[in-house]
Design a protein around this ligand. Structure first.
Ligand SMILES: O=C(O)c1ccccc1NCC(=O)[C@H](O)[C@H](O)COP(=O)(O)O
Length: 220
Protein backbone atom coordinates (compact mmCIF):
# COMPACT_ATOMS: atom_id res chain seq x y z
CA UNK A 1 0.00 0.00 0.00
CA UNK A 2 1.33 3.46 -0.83
CA UNK A 3 2.44 5.29 2.31
CA UNK A 4 0.02 8.15 2.89
CA UNK A 5 1.19 11.62 3.93
CA UNK A 6 -0.35 13.87 6.61
CA UNK A 7 0.74 17.48 7.08
CA UNK A 8 -0.25 18.55 10.58
CA UNK A 9 -0.54 21.74 12.61
CA UNK A 10 -1.95 23.93 9.84
CA UNK A 11 -3.06 27.43 10.85
CA UNK A 12 -3.04 29.50 7.64
CA UNK A 13 -5.09 29.42 4.45
CA UNK A 14 -2.01 29.55 2.23
CA UNK A 15 -0.51 26.55 3.98
CA UNK A 16 -3.69 24.49 3.66
CA UNK A 17 -3.83 25.35 -0.05
CA UNK A 18 -0.14 24.47 -0.52
CA UNK A 19 -0.44 21.12 1.31
CA UNK A 20 -3.43 20.14 -0.84
CA UNK A 21 -1.75 21.32 -4.06
CA UNK A 22 1.42 19.37 -3.20
CA UNK A 23 -0.57 16.16 -2.78
CA UNK A 24 -0.97 15.66 0.96
CA UNK A 25 -3.43 12.86 1.70
CA UNK A 26 -4.47 14.44 5.01
CA UNK A 27 -4.24 17.76 6.79
CA UNK A 28 -4.25 18.12 10.58
CA UNK A 29 -5.63 20.89 12.77
CA UNK A 30 -4.64 21.21 16.44
CA UNK A 31 -7.64 22.05 18.65
CA UNK A 32 -5.72 21.89 21.95
CA UNK A 33 -5.42 25.53 23.10
CA UNK A 34 -2.04 25.07 24.82
CA UNK A 35 -0.34 24.23 21.53
CA UNK A 36 1.57 26.89 19.61
CA UNK A 37 -0.27 25.51 16.55
CA UNK A 38 -3.74 25.68 18.08
CA UNK A 39 -6.69 27.08 16.16
CA UNK A 40 -10.24 27.83 17.31
CA UNK A 41 -13.38 25.99 16.13
CA UNK A 42 -14.35 29.07 14.09
CA UNK A 43 -10.93 29.07 12.42
CA UNK A 44 -11.25 25.34 11.81
CA UNK A 45 -14.45 25.93 9.83
CA UNK A 46 -12.67 28.49 7.63
CA UNK A 47 -9.61 26.33 6.98
CA UNK A 48 -11.47 23.03 6.63
CA UNK A 49 -13.78 24.59 4.01
CA UNK A 50 -10.73 25.01 1.75
CA UNK A 51 -9.97 21.28 1.75
CA UNK A 52 -11.42 19.43 -1.26
CA UNK A 53 -12.98 15.99 -1.14
CA UNK A 54 -10.54 13.05 -1.00
CA UNK A 55 -8.17 14.93 1.33
CA UNK A 56 -8.81 13.85 4.91
CA UNK A 57 -9.39 16.63 7.48
CA UNK A 58 -8.05 15.54 10.87
CA UNK A 59 -8.80 17.28 14.17
CA UNK A 60 -6.39 16.77 17.09
CA UNK A 61 -7.71 16.73 20.66
CA UNK A 62 -6.12 16.28 24.10
CA UNK A 63 -8.65 15.32 26.79
CA UNK A 64 -11.07 17.96 25.57
CA UNK A 65 -14.79 18.19 26.21
CA UNK A 66 -17.38 16.24 24.24
CA UNK A 67 -19.11 19.57 23.47
CA UNK A 68 -15.98 21.02 21.86
CA UNK A 69 -15.34 17.84 19.89
CA UNK A 70 -18.96 17.70 18.72
CA UNK A 71 -18.66 21.40 17.73
CA UNK A 72 -15.66 20.59 15.52
CA UNK A 73 -16.79 17.22 14.18
CA UNK A 74 -18.91 18.80 11.43
CA UNK A 75 -15.77 20.19 9.75
CA UNK A 76 -13.69 17.03 10.11
CA UNK A 77 -13.38 13.56 8.58
CA UNK A 78 -11.26 12.01 11.34
CA UNK A 79 -10.59 12.69 15.03
CA UNK A 80 -7.10 12.17 16.48
CA UNK A 81 -7.15 11.61 20.24
CA UNK A 82 -4.02 12.29 22.28
CA UNK A 83 -5.49 12.19 25.76
CA UNK A 84 -7.02 9.49 27.87
CA UNK A 85 -10.31 9.42 25.96
CA UNK A 86 -11.96 6.09 26.79
CA UNK A 87 -12.65 4.04 23.65
CA UNK A 88 -16.41 3.98 24.27
CA UNK A 89 -16.60 7.78 24.50
CA UNK A 90 -15.00 8.15 21.09
CA UNK A 91 -18.07 6.69 19.43
CA UNK A 92 -20.18 9.62 20.64
CA UNK A 93 -19.16 11.81 17.73
CA UNK A 94 -20.26 9.61 14.87
CA UNK A 95 -17.05 9.94 12.88
CA UNK A 96 -13.93 7.79 12.68
CA UNK A 97 -11.06 8.33 15.05
CA UNK A 98 -7.45 7.36 15.47
CA UNK A 99 -5.52 7.04 18.70
CA UNK A 100 -2.16 8.73 19.20
CA UNK A 101 0.24 6.75 21.38
CA UNK A 102 3.49 8.21 22.70
CA UNK A 103 6.30 5.68 22.69
CA UNK A 104 7.31 5.75 26.34
CA UNK A 105 9.97 3.22 27.20
CA UNK A 106 7.44 1.17 29.20
CA UNK A 107 4.56 1.27 26.68
CA UNK A 108 2.75 -2.05 26.21
CA UNK A 109 1.85 -1.81 22.52
CA UNK A 110 0.01 -5.14 22.51
CA UNK A 111 -2.22 -3.93 25.35
CA UNK A 112 -2.77 -0.49 23.80
CA UNK A 113 -3.57 -2.02 20.42
CA UNK A 114 -6.21 -4.21 22.07
CA UNK A 115 -7.54 -1.35 24.20
CA UNK A 116 -8.06 0.87 21.14
CA UNK A 117 -9.14 -1.87 18.74
CA UNK A 118 -12.12 0.29 17.67
CA UNK A 119 -9.81 3.02 16.36
CA UNK A 120 -9.34 3.35 12.59
CA UNK A 121 -5.59 3.44 13.25
CA UNK A 122 -2.81 4.09 15.74
CA UNK A 123 -0.43 7.03 15.43
CA UNK A 124 2.91 6.28 17.07
CA UNK A 125 4.71 9.39 18.22
CA UNK A 126 7.75 10.37 20.26
CA UNK A 127 7.43 10.69 24.02
CA UNK A 128 8.46 13.78 25.96
CA UNK A 129 7.03 14.20 29.48
CA UNK A 130 4.22 16.74 29.56
CA UNK A 131 4.15 17.24 25.77
CA UNK A 132 1.23 15.41 24.09
CA UNK A 133 2.56 15.88 20.56
CA UNK A 134 4.49 18.05 18.15
CA UNK A 135 7.78 17.38 19.94
CA UNK A 136 9.97 17.49 16.81
CA UNK A 137 11.74 14.39 18.18
CA UNK A 138 12.10 10.92 16.70
CA UNK A 139 11.76 7.68 18.60
CA UNK A 140 13.54 4.41 17.84
CA UNK A 141 11.56 3.06 14.90
CA UNK A 142 12.94 -0.45 15.48
CA UNK A 143 10.65 -0.58 18.53
CA UNK A 144 7.63 -0.91 16.21
CA UNK A 145 6.66 -4.62 15.98
CA UNK A 146 6.89 -5.87 12.38
CA UNK A 147 3.31 -7.10 12.49
CA UNK A 148 2.11 -3.60 13.40
CA UNK A 149 4.32 -1.48 11.14
CA UNK A 150 2.15 -1.54 8.02
CA UNK A 151 -0.92 -0.34 9.90
CA UNK A 152 0.53 2.55 11.91
CA UNK A 153 0.84 6.26 11.23
CA UNK A 154 4.46 7.15 11.98
CA UNK A 155 5.04 10.53 13.62
CA UNK A 156 7.68 12.38 15.58
CA UNK A 157 10.63 14.38 14.30
CA UNK A 158 10.13 13.51 10.64
CA UNK A 159 11.76 15.85 8.12
CA UNK A 160 12.50 15.92 4.38
CA UNK A 161 15.93 14.51 5.29
CA UNK A 162 14.82 11.43 7.24
CA UNK A 163 11.36 10.56 5.87
CA UNK A 164 12.72 8.35 3.08
CA UNK A 165 14.63 6.28 5.64
CA UNK A 166 11.51 6.12 7.84
CA UNK A 167 9.36 4.86 4.94
CA UNK A 168 12.00 2.34 3.81
CA UNK A 169 12.59 0.95 7.31
CA UNK A 170 9.05 0.95 8.70
CA UNK A 171 6.82 0.87 5.60
CA UNK A 172 4.07 2.56 7.63
CA UNK A 173 0.49 3.11 6.56
CA UNK A 174 1.23 6.85 6.69
CA UNK A 175 3.74 9.42 7.83
CA UNK A 176 2.80 12.51 9.80
CA UNK A 177 4.82 15.70 10.05
CA UNK A 178 4.47 19.08 11.69
CA UNK A 179 7.66 20.76 12.91
CA UNK A 180 9.85 19.28 10.20
CA UNK A 181 8.14 21.33 7.49
CA UNK A 182 7.89 24.62 9.39
CA UNK A 183 9.79 27.91 9.52
CA UNK A 184 8.12 28.62 12.89
CA UNK A 185 5.42 26.83 14.95
CA UNK A 186 2.26 26.77 12.84
CA UNK A 187 3.97 28.44 9.89
CA UNK A 188 4.62 25.90 7.15
CA UNK A 189 7.58 26.28 4.77
CA UNK A 190 6.21 25.35 1.37
CA UNK A 191 9.61 24.28 0.00
CA UNK A 192 10.09 21.93 2.96
CA UNK A 193 6.56 20.60 2.55
CA UNK A 194 7.23 19.94 -1.14
CA UNK A 195 10.53 18.21 -0.36
CA UNK A 196 8.91 16.09 2.36
CA UNK A 197 6.09 14.92 0.11
CA UNK A 198 8.50 14.24 -2.76
CA UNK A 199 10.91 12.25 -0.60
CA UNK A 200 8.15 10.26 1.10
CA UNK A 201 6.44 9.50 -2.21
CA UNK A 202 9.67 8.41 -3.92
CA UNK A 203 10.55 6.17 -0.99
CA UNK A 204 7.11 4.57 -1.02
CA UNK A 205 7.52 3.72 -4.71
CA UNK A 206 11.09 2.49 -4.21
CA UNK A 207 10.22 0.22 -1.29
CA UNK A 208 7.71 -1.72 -3.37
CA UNK A 209 4.84 -0.74 -1.17
CA UNK A 210 2.80 -1.37 -4.31
CA UNK A 211 3.80 -5.06 -4.17
CA UNK A 212 2.44 -7.25 -6.93
CA UNK A 213 1.61 -4.42 -9.29
CA UNK A 214 3.36 -4.19 -12.65
CA UNK A 215 4.83 -0.73 -13.33
CA UNK A 216 1.77 0.11 -15.34
CA UNK A 217 -0.27 -0.98 -12.38
CA UNK A 218 -1.81 -3.74 -14.47
CA UNK A 219 -0.45 -7.30 -14.57
CA UNK A 220 1.06 -7.89 -18.00
O1 LIG B 1 1.61 19.61 17.00
C1 LIG B 1 1.23 19.99 18.11
O2 LIG B 1 1.49 21.12 18.58
C2 LIG B 1 0.39 19.09 18.96
C3 LIG B 1 -0.06 19.54 20.21
C4 LIG B 1 -0.84 18.70 21.00
C5 LIG B 1 -1.18 17.43 20.57
C6 LIG B 1 -0.75 16.96 19.33
C7 LIG B 1 0.04 17.79 18.53
N1 LIG B 1 0.52 17.33 17.31
C8 LIG B 1 0.23 15.98 16.95
C9 LIG B 1 0.69 15.54 15.62
O3 LIG B 1 0.05 14.69 15.00
C10 LIG B 1 2.05 15.98 15.15
O4 LIG B 1 2.03 16.06 13.74
C11 LIG B 1 3.04 14.90 15.58
O5 LIG B 1 3.11 14.93 16.98
C12 LIG B 1 4.41 15.11 14.96
O6 LIG B 1 4.91 16.37 15.29
P1 LIG B 1 6.42 16.73 14.81
O7 LIG B 1 7.34 15.87 15.66
O8 LIG B 1 6.56 18.20 15.08
O9 LIG B 1 6.52 16.38 13.35
Amino acid sequence: MRTRIKICGLTREEDVDAAVALGADAVGFVMWPASRRAITPDRLEVLAARVPPFVTRVGLFVDQTPDLIARCAGALDLLQFHGEEPPEACDLYGISWIKALRMREDIDLARETERFAAARGLLLDAYRPGVPGGTGECFDWSRIPAELAGSVILAGGLTPDNVAQAVARVKPLAVDVSGGVESAPGIKDHRRMAAFIECASRAAMATGTLDGLAPSGIDD
